[in-house]
Design a protein around this ligand. Structure first.
Ligand code: AP5
Ligand code: ZN
Length: 200
């Protein structure tokens, strides 16, 4: 399978991609995680950190290179966080084809609630939420961290950048007749069930 999961910041792309990758033995290709792991990498456009901490997009050449390398090594994959603008979408269409393009639809109000309450396990990368989903294990609960860009100010900017740059990408796939809309406000299990149907 070559799966693309689209959705706003906080829509559940990471949560669902991890499950899909495990269930269907796919590579989870996520530009967000890749950039977070290389925040201080020097590029001719500066470091990813400067952009990410402000909620702006990291320049296309940097992310295109990450994605192309990852796709060339993967048999099947689920792509999360890319493409985020039309030029990335065009680049992607030149390097691979996709079998499933799913869009997780979630209201703005819910996105803000999810992002500001998100917690991440720095050891496993597992994603939790202070209200909706906390781990039972006390030791895990204690080591959870908040992402640097999940503060209210940066969240506002990320949602603005999404509207301006990434919503046109949704239209791009919709116009091609490839886009399947999924209700992203359902429970994580329900969303997963729906996505699994698309893969089967
Ligand atoms: P990235 O890491 O991709 O962040 P994002 O797109 O803003 O998405 P998030 O990771 O915030 O949300 P998600 O959809 O994965 O939601 P999650 O599953 O965690 O990018 C970060 C930055 O990197 C960008 O701002 C940019 O600077 C840079 N970057 C990355 N890619 C780039 C690119 N291609 N080009 C240029 N720059 C790039 O869930 C969120 C919360 O909701 C969690 O707490 C979770 O537990 C909860 N939750 C999930 N599903 C449900 C549900 N069904 N019900 C209730 N709660 C739920
Ligand atoms: Zn994510």
């Amino acid at each position: 399978h070559r799966v693309l999961l689209l959705g706003a910041p906080g829509a559940g792309k990471g949560t669902q991609s991890k499950r899909l990758a495990a269930e269907y033995d796919l590579e989870h290709i996520t530009t967000g995680d890749a950039l977070r792991a290389n925040k201080d990498m020097e590029t001719e456009h500066g470091t990813p950190r400067e952009y990410m901490e402000a909620g702006e997009l990291v320049p296309d050449p940097v992310v295109n290179e990450i994605v192309e390398a990852a796709i060339s090594e993967a048999d099947g994959f689920v792509l999360d966080g890319y493409p985020r603008n039309l030029s990335q979408a065009e680049y992607l269409s030149e390097i691979t084809e996709l079998d499933v393009v799913a869009y997780l639809d979630v209201s703005d109000e819910e996105l803000v609630r999810r992002l500001t309450g998100r917690r991440v396990d720095p050891e496993t990368g597992d994603i939790y939420h202070v209200e909706f989903d906390m781990p039972d294990d006390e030791a895990v609960r204690e080591r959870l961290e908040q992402r640097d860009d999940d503060t209210e100010d940066v969240v506002t900017e990320r949602l603005r950048v999404y509207e301006e740059n990434t919503e046109p990408v949704i239209e791009f796939y919709r116009d091609q007749g490839e886009l399947v809309e999924v209700d992203g406000e359902a429970s994580p299990d329900k969303v997963f069930e729906r996505l699994s149907e698309l893969l089967e």
